[in-house]
Design a protein around this ligand. Structure first.
Ligand SMILES: C[S@@+](CC[C@H](N)C(=O)[O-])C[C@H]1O[C@@H](n2cnc3c(N)ncnc32)[C@H](O)[C@@H]1O
Length: 251
């Protein structure tokens, strides 16, 4: 990674017409693949049924099909919210899903408007994670759930043919000011929060953690002694790569 080039790319992506052009070429993960969308739907469905529920998805990217599936299975309403509109012209009225674009700060929804909030590999991209977690708490009804899968890895090397496994958390090498200067405007920006920090934010917002599961990175566990930038973290924070949580807003 050549830092001046990273900074230049980030500054360019701060120019709106350039960012709009670049968005057309982004991959957002599931990318509206129907098989993968079904898998994500089933993951969310493990924690809470959808029938009769008002559901919000944070950060769907190109994929409105997860919520469209929920509509088919009896959800009362489905809303997708993102900071970028990645919809293709075919998706404009996708399966009864309402799409909203916002600035990534205050969710444009009434308080207690939803029963369920879903998010798949979007929380790690939140520029204002503490605010968004509080906003999720606000827009959920008491007894409602937030289900999120969060990918804690460095997204720099995603899509690279032969990524180096011990670089999975390379983003943690950089001080925050430099990381933001290299990434803030780019889709590969990640907030780099570790597992314990997420759990703290969820609890501080008032959520009860009903379920939490994590996947650790084997290569990082093996390489840990030679990765000094990870030594500031607890072992769990240093090696957790993916976390899935089901949180409840108490009655
Ligand atoms: C890696 S993509 C994941 C897309 C989709 N959930 C999937 O799994 O394919 C991350 C998405 O989160 C969106 N995002 C980033 N910050 C956001 C925010 N504050 N609120 C809502 N969406 C956000 C991005 O624009 C992008 O569409």
């Amino acid at each position: 990674m050549w830092i001046p080039l990273e900074i230049a790319q980030n500054l360019l992506m701060g120019v709106k017409p350039i960012a709009t052009l670049a968005h057309r070429h982004h991959s957002t993960g599931v990318n509206a693949d129907p098989v993968k969308a079904r898998e994500v739907f089933e993951l969310f469905g493990r924690f809470s049924p959808v029938r009769g529920k008002d559901i919000l998805e944070i950060g769907p990217g190109h994929t409105l099909e997860v919520l469209a599936q929920a509509r088919v299975e009896g959800a009362k309403s489905c809303t997708a919210i993102d900071i970028v509109d990645y919809r293709s012209p075919d998706q404009a009225g996708c399966g009864g899903v309402t799409f909203m674009r916002y600035d990534g700060r205050t969710l444009p929804l009434e308080s207690s408007a939803c029963d369920l909030i879903w998010s798949h590999t979007a929380f790690e991209h939140l520029r204002y994670p503490g605010q968004t977690v509080k906003e999720c708490f606000r827009v959920l009804r008491p007894g409602g759930s937030l289900i999120a899968l969060i990918d804690l890895g460095d997204h720099t090397f995603y899509g690279v043919e032969q990524p180096q496994p011990d670089k999975a958390f390379d983003c943690l090498r950089y001080p925050e000011w430099l990381w933001n200067l290299m990434r803030w405007n780019r889709s590969s920006y990640t907030n780099r929060l570790r597992k314990s920090k997420w759990i703290k934010l969820f609890k501080e917002a008032g959520f009860v953690v009903r379920h939490e599961e994590s996947q650790e990175s084997g290569p990082i566990t093996d390489a840990l002694p030679s990765l000094p930038y990870l030594h500031q973290f607890s072992l769990e924070d240093a090696v957790t790569h993916v976390m899935t949580v089901c949180l409840e807003k108490p009655l």
